[in-house]
Write a protein that binds this ligand. Structure first.
Ligand SMILES: [Zn+2]
Length: 304
């Protein structure tokens, strides 16, 4: 008996059917964000999902996903200095990104850190324009503002963070976060040399991105919702999500903050954060203590 005896296998045909039913069309330009485990047991894994997506968008369509790579504290120590970001550097983004990297028709952006990977009609052009000089999320800005891009999310909003455009809004509005210096060495194809790249964009708190969902719904940015395999999925209009994010954040830049008093990112690091490091640290300590007490009670209950 194999390990999957009681798990419904999801094959390419099923994915194609579900993606079409969700509203993915021939010719679509999709930014794909996926939790593979939320879909279920996909026969053949991420490769099967890629094949299904390419079949549904067809020869005029394009699929894009982020395949970002790690940065390291600056100045680089000896070990980190050996790590050179290039076309095939492993991404922390997961199975879809890392499988797409090795697809024979894939292109990857030359940005040293926020590297995207794409397959399809617009892949080459989109990736070629994303260079070390570009804004980290510029691929998504172009997709939203000039190319009628759509975001396809497979997995819940809690599990798969964001709809691709929030970072674009943060960048366009020049919202500034104070972060420790970090970067990575990369191979510069123009000069043939290894150069240092320093992170030059703000991050964001992933827990707060969900605050935008009711606004997307209100402005009609959510085009469809349904299931792909077992994953709660949705398609959003990137132009519309970007527009409402720009409108909202220009009035209230802290709209994407989470409500966790212990979140140092939201409470302290932004130019418009209103908390103090001491208070965030205090709440963080309380949280740790609560977890420790809960654990102790559980251990006592279990008679350990
Ligand atoms: Zn936060």
């Amino acid at each position: 008996m194999d390990d999957h005896s009681f798990i419904e296998p999801i094959d390419k045909e099923r994915l194609v059917k579900d993606l079409k039913a969700l509203g993915v069309r021939q010719g679509d330009l999709l930014n794909v964000k996926v939790s593979m485990s939320s879909i279920g047991y996909v026969v053949g894994g991420a490769k099967t999902l890629i094949d299904a997506l390419l079949e549904v968008v067809g020869s005029k369509g394009t699929i894009v996903t982020d395949s970002f790579v790690n940065v390291y504290p600056l100045p680089l120590n000896k070990r980190d200095a050996q790590k050179v970001s290039d076309r095939f550097t492993h991404s922390y983004a997961g199975a879809l990104a890392n499988t797409m990297l090795y697809h024979p028709n894939a292109y990857r952006s030359a940005h040293p850190v926020q590297r995207f990977v794409a397959i399809g009609a617009h892949a080459k052009e989109l990736m070629a324009n994303h260079t070390p000089e570009s804004y980290a999320y510029d691929v998504l800005r172009v997709m939203a503002q000039s190319m009628e891009g759509r975001n396809l999310k497979l997995g819940t909003d809690e599990k798969v963070v964001g709809v691709g455009t929030t970072h674009v809004a943060i960048g366009l509005l020049k919202l500034h976060q104070n972060q420790p210096r970090a970067g990575v060495n990369y191979y510069d194809y123009k000069t043939g040399q290894v150069r240092l790249f320093e992170r030059n964009w703000s991050g964001a708190c992933p827990k707060g991105f969900i605050n935008f969902i009711p606004l997307y719904r209100k402005v009609g940015a959510i085009l469809s919702e349904g299931k792909v395999g077992n994953a709660d999925s949705k398609i959003t209009d990137m132009r519309k999500t970007l527009e409402i994010e720009l409108e909202t954040l220009s009035k209230n830049p802290s709209f994407f903050f989470c409500d966790d008093p212990a979140c140092v990112g939201c409470r302290v690091t932004w130019d418009f954060s209103t908390g103090s490091a001491l208070s965030a640290k205090f709440h963080f300590t309380i949280k740790l203590m609560k977890t420790a007490i809960k654990l102790a009670i559980q251990l006592l209950r279990n008679g350990i």
